[in-house]
Design a protein around this ligand. Sequence first.
Ligand SMILES: Cc1ncc(COP(=O)(O)O)c(C=O)c1O
Length: 388
Amino acid sequence: MEDKKIARVADRLSGIEEYYFSTKLRQIDEMNKAGRQVINLGIGSPDLPPHPDVIKVLQEEAEKPNQHGYQNYKGSPVLRNAIVKWYQKWYHVELNPDTEILPLIGSKEGIMHVCMTYINADDMVLIPNPGYPTYRSAAKIAGASIHAYSLSKENDWCPDFEELEKLDLQKVKLMFVNYPQMPTGQLPTKEMFGELIAFAKKHQILIVHDNPYSFILNDNPMSLLSIEGAKDVVIELNSFSKSHNMAGWRVGMLCGAKERINEVLKFKSNMDSGMFLPVQLAAAKALELEQSWYESVNAVYRKRRKKVYELLSLLNCSFDENQAGLFVWAAIPKEYKDGFELTDRVLADSNVFLTPGGIFGSAGVKYIRVSLCATEEKLSEAINRIKK
Ligand SMILES: Cc1ncc(COP(=O)(O)O)c(C=O)c1O
């Protein structure tokens, strides 16, 4: 009783840091209050709107009096059917709308649900280094021990299966993978996807493929579920945030075998009570958009990317021009100790915020990441500030 204290935070949060951007945005807020007008090239939140037809459905449906109740835990059949057609059309993957799909409040929440569904205290989870920081924190919160598998430029930012085979894989339950990869922009190949499936089958590991970037600056969207036999060992997260400019709407999906969907639903149905129906119906509309939608979005990002190349060249950074996704990943010049030093300097001297690659893991410390979610005018202004 003597050391009892009110609201002592649970042990599961020890070692979990506040999300880097949440702290950094507070600092940027303070700078802006002091009149610094920081240009934020850090975060991948699309600044362009969704297609007008999508917003129209949201408005029309929200005006109806009978659309405001709790929803089915498995999501609206309209949305599930739209997801099936979208997966068929773009990824050539067959899914059952009644059993193999679970709409989510974004891919990020799916990562947490998957961890809570499968991880026991003694289990090990493989996460990519560099990779999206949420894989680590969600797995840790769920009680897993973590092994960060290194990705390197020399190996085209792909898992090194020889290295992985050297580990004691007995306790590994889940492996997170994400292609097109964030933050490196690396595209997948069919061969690498095939190797992943073989690796997962051999060691009985559930692969969680996080696939939110496949339509951004990429003409050949791929799903890991398109590989033969994938449903036995893969579940795939996907999202409307980047591909349809709907990050604030919070809509995503989990696709996989019926058994996996039911397992995750067991956890999720105790966490929330379904998504607002007009949001689901508007999301279904978004999935019906033609190729011209993706082309129009990518035309804008392509122009912006040229500006980002200019900015990076000014900073003497080097980069690969075949990257997909909402960012450009670039190696820093030798005069900087790490990406933190470079980005802190640019923020202090030029009021431009870039992301240090080290927040994605130790393999990213010599890199920075620049977002394409800013207008060409903003990017030109950032270039001018850095020139000065
Ligand atoms: C790799 C990766 N996965 C998932 C997410 C989150 O996506 P959502 O908005 O669908 O939760 C992001 C967002 O930045 C991301 O970069």
